[in-house]
Write a protein that binds this ligand. Sequence first.
Ligand code: DQA
Length: 149
Amino acid sequence: MLKTLILNGPNLNLLGTRQPEVYGSTTLEMVEDLCRTHGSSIGFEVTCFQSNLEGALIDAIHSAKGEQDGLILNAGAYTHTSIALMDAIASVELPVVEVHLSNIHAREDFRHVSYIAKVAIGQICGFGPQGYTLALDALSAHLKNRQAQ
Ligand code: DQA
């Protein structure tokens, strides 16, 4: 079974009540349940972690090296600011799929920049909670393609 860590960054613990007009009414717990269910249906053991702290996210990325086959990351606002998260991803050499619930490219200009995108295998945004299951499918396809090479 393949292993993946689903990482959610700052303020995503408030999903369900946080700006529902932007992020919807699904809670983080529901998103994580969806990931576990969909993940196991396509052969992934899914671990979930959320933190509001940049350093805790970096530590989680470091710990994933040698433990996980890939990562799914919604870094929240750190997406647009964190060279440290970008460097952490580059350092562990694990495939990362970047996820955002909202379409960051249709929002304020400062959200159009993603440091994560520079080191991710791809970005999925604008599909709400379904973005996470799309990310699992994308990571699965990426890992299978890599195995076949
Ligand atoms: C977000 C988009 C970010 O710009 C924002 O700071 C978030 C959530 C999303 O999932 O749409 O916290 O990552």
